[in-house]
Design a protein around this ligand. Structure first.
Ligand SMILES: *Cc1c(COP(=O)(O)O)cnc(C)c1O
Length: 444
C-alpha cells in the first residue's frame, strides 16, 4: 500500500519549499508530538474500515486512487494552505490553476476557454446549467434518463424546467425521442453525457449537434467521468466519433478526481465563450486589492477553494501531459482493454451474462437465472462471497426490460434486476483479470 520513497520525496520537497521563506525570522509552530501521535493512531485505526480502493482487487465503484505525484503535491501545498479564491490567498496556486485550465482546454481544442476548478462535478455542472439558464431564461434543460441525477436536482435548485429523454438499449440518448421533445420549442440546453456514470455509455454528440443546427439550443457536455477518454487510442468507433465532436459544445464539465488521478475535491468547468464571465460579476470589497488582473474568485460561484487541488493537478499534468499517446492516454487504454477483455471473458462463462458492450471502462453483468428475483439474489450473493475472498465489486439496479434485451429468456417477475458492476479504472486491472474472473467463477 505504501511506497516508502513517497515520504522521502515529500520531505525533500518540503525542504525546498521552506527555502523560499528563509528571509523570515525563524518560526516553527508548536506541536505536541505525543498527543498528536495518539490521535493519529486512532485515525489510522478508524480509516481501516474502508475498502482497499488502491488495490486491483477493488473492482467496484468509480473510485480511483490518486497518482502519488498528486498526493504528494497536495500534501506539500498544505504547509502553505493556499486559497484560490483570490490572489491574496493563493498567488502561486492560482497561476497553476490557470495553466491547468489552459491545458485542459487544449485537450478539447479550445484556445481561450473561461474555466476553473470546482469542488467536484456537481458544482461544475451547477455552474454550467446556471450560465445556460442566464442565457436562455425559463427554457427547458434536457438530459438522458441515464444522465447523472445531479442534472434534475440542479435544475430544481435553479428552478429550471427539466425533462429526461429515454435511452436506447445501449444506454445512449435516444435521438428520435430528443427530437420529439425539441419540437415543442421550449428547450434551452441539452446535456450530452460523455460516459454515463452507471454504464459508461457515450451519448451520440454528433447527432445532438446536428439537431442544434435546426432547433437552436445550447449543448453542455457532462464529461465528469468520461472527459479524459478523448485522449485514448482504443475507443470504439461510436465513442470516438462523439469525443471528436467535443470542441463543438458550449460548455464542458470534467472531473479530475474521477479519471484524472486527483484527490477528491477536484472538478472543472469550461465555457467555450469567455464572455459568459460577465454573469459572475460581483462587488466584493474584500477580494480586490492585490491586483487589477481578473482572478479566479471573479469567475467562480464557490468562494474559498483549495489551492492544493490546483497544485496537485498541475503536478500531475507536468508528469503526464494531456496528449494522445502519452502516459495518461496509455493508462486509459489499459482500462478500455481491461473492460473489453473482462466483458469477453464473462461472455464465455456459464454463470454470468455481461450486458452492454463497454464503451469506456465499466462492465455491468448479471448472474444467470430463470427470473429477475433469482438473478438479483444471485448478484447479491456473489457480491458478498467475492468480498470474503477480497474481491470487491459493486451492485447496480437496472430495469428488468433493459436486462432482458441481453437475457431474453429471463422472466421479469420484478421491475428491476440487481446486477454486478465493475469499474476497471486502474490500468493494473488488466493484469489482474484472470485472478478476478477465477474468484468470480468460484463463488458463483
Ligand atoms: C460523478 C459524476 C457527476 C457528479 O460529480 P461529483 O464529482 O460526484 O460531484 C456528474 N456527472 C457525471 C457524468 C458523473 O459521473
Amino acid at each position: 500500500m505504501i511506497n516508502p520513497a513517497e515520504l522521502e520525496l515529500l520531505r525533500d520537497a518540503l525542504a525546498k519549499l521552506a527555502g523560499g521563506y528563509e528571509q523570515m525570522p525563524p518560526f516553527v509552530p508548536d506541536l505536541d508530538v505525543d498527543k498528536v501521535g495518539r490521535v493519529l493512531q486512532e485515525v489510522a485505526a478508524r480509516m481501516q474500515d474502508n475498502y482497499p480502493y488502491y488495490h486491483p482487487l477493488y473492482a467496484g465503484q468509480m473510485l480511483k486512487p490518486p497518482h502519488p505525484v498528486a498526493r504528494l503535491a497536495y500534501a506539500l501545498s498544505l504547509w502553505i494552505n493556499p486559497n484560490n479564491h483570490a490572489l491574496d490567498g493563493g498567488k502561486a496556486s492560482s497561476a497553476l490553476e490557470k495553466e491547468c485550465i489552459t491545458e485542459i482546454g487544449q485537450m478539447y481544442g479550445w484556445d481561450h476557454p473561461l474555466g476553473h476548478l470546482t469542488g467536484g462535478g456537481t458544482m461544475a455542472n451547477l455552474e454550467a446549467l446556471w450560465v445556460a439558464s442566464r442565457l436562455h431564461p425559463g427554457k427547458r434543460i434536457i438530459a438522458s434518463e441515464q444522465a447523472h441525477y445531479t442534472h434534475s436536482r440542479i435544475s430544481a435548485v435553479l428552478s429550471i424546467p427539466f425533462t429526461a429523454v429515454s435511452v436506447t438499449h445501449d444506454g445512449r440518448m435516444d435521438i428520435g425521442q430528443l427530437e420529439k421533445i425539441l419540437q415543442a420549442g421550449d428547450v434551452g440546453t441539452v446535456v450530452a453525457t460523455m460516459g454515463t456514470t452507471g454504464l459508461g455509455a457515450v451519448d451520440p454528440l454528433q447527432d445532438i449537434l446536428a439537431l442544434r443546427d435546426r432547433y437552436k439550443f445550447r449543448v453542455h457536455a457532462d464529461a465528469a467521468y468520461g472527459g479524459y477518454f478523448g485522449l485514448a487510442s482504443e475507443l470504439g468507433k461510436p465513442a470516438r466519433t462523439a469525443f471528436d465532436r467535443l470542441p463543438g459544445v458550449d460548455s464542458i464539465v470534467i472531473d479530475p478526481h474521477k479519471q484524472g488521478l486527483q484527490p477528491y475535491g477536484c472538478g472543472c468547468v469550461l465555457f467555450h465563450d469567455p464572455d459568459v464571465g460577465r454573469f459572475y460579476k460581483h462587488g466584493s470589497p474584500y477580494t480586490y486589492f492585490s491586483s487589477a488582473e481578473l482572478h479566479l474568485g471573479e469567475i467562480s460561484l464557490e468562494c474559498s477553494r483549495p489551492g492544493a487541488s490546483a497544485v496537485a493537478l498541475w503536478a500531475t499534468q507536468q508528469l503526464m501531459p494531456l496528449i494522445t499517446g502519452g502516459e495518461m492516454s496509455q493508462r486509459l487504454d489499459q482500462s478500455l482493454l481491461a473492460a473489453r477483455e473482462f466483458h469477453a471473458q464473462l461472455g464465455k462463462s456459464g454463470k454470468f451474462q455481461p450486458l452492454v458492450q463497454p464503451e469506456l471502462d465499466i462492465v455491468v453483468y448479471a448472474v444467470k437465472a430463470a427470473d429477475a428475483v433469482a438473478a438479483s439474489k444471485g448478484a447479491k450473493r456473489v457480491f458478498d462471497l467475492a468480498a470474503e475472498r477480497n474481491l470487491h465489486l459493486a451492485l447496480i439496479e437496472l430495469p428488468s426490460e433493459f436486462v432482458q434485451s441481453f437475457m431474453p429468456e429471463l422472466k421479469a417477475n420484478a421491475d428491476t434486476v440487481t446486477c454486478l458492476r465493475s469499474v476497471l479504472m486502474k490500468p493494473e486491472h488488466r493484469d489482474w483479470l484472470d485472478r478476478i474472473t477465477a474468484i468470480l467463477e468460484d463463488v458463483a
